[in-house]
Design a protein around this ligand. Structure first.
Ligand SMILES: [Ca+2]
Length: 95
């Protein structure tokens, strides 16, 4: 009897895990690069956050992983990240 119940529940558990993964991936795709405070616009408030992390690397006290928006990520906040930030300057999220 237990085996029957497990066999019935496993597909649901698998599906829930897949669904969670898809939702997380979708949310990442929707995130506006440079909107560090998640208010839907890339503006001066985000620039303040970016400036605080400027020229820092992973392990530094001022490092902010959210500001590492260049691809591929290089664990350093530098001009590559600034280029992405500047390209999205004053962009507004459609969501
Ligand atoms: Ca923002």
């Amino acid at each position: 009897m237990i085996l029957c119940v497990t066999a019935v529940l496993e597909p649901d558990i698998y599906w829930q895990a897949e669904w969670s993964y898809l939702l997380a991936s979708f949310a990442t795709d929707l995130k506006l690069q440079g909107d560090f405070n998640y208010d839907g616009v890339v503006d001066l408030n985000d620039l303040k956050i970016f400036a605080n992390a400027w020229c820092s690397s992973q392990g530094d006290g001022s490092f902010n992983a959210a500001c590492d928006i260049s691809l591929p990520k290089d664990n350093t906040i530098n001009f590559e990240d600034y280029a992405v930030f500047a390209a999205n300057w004053l962009a507004v999220s459609p969501y």
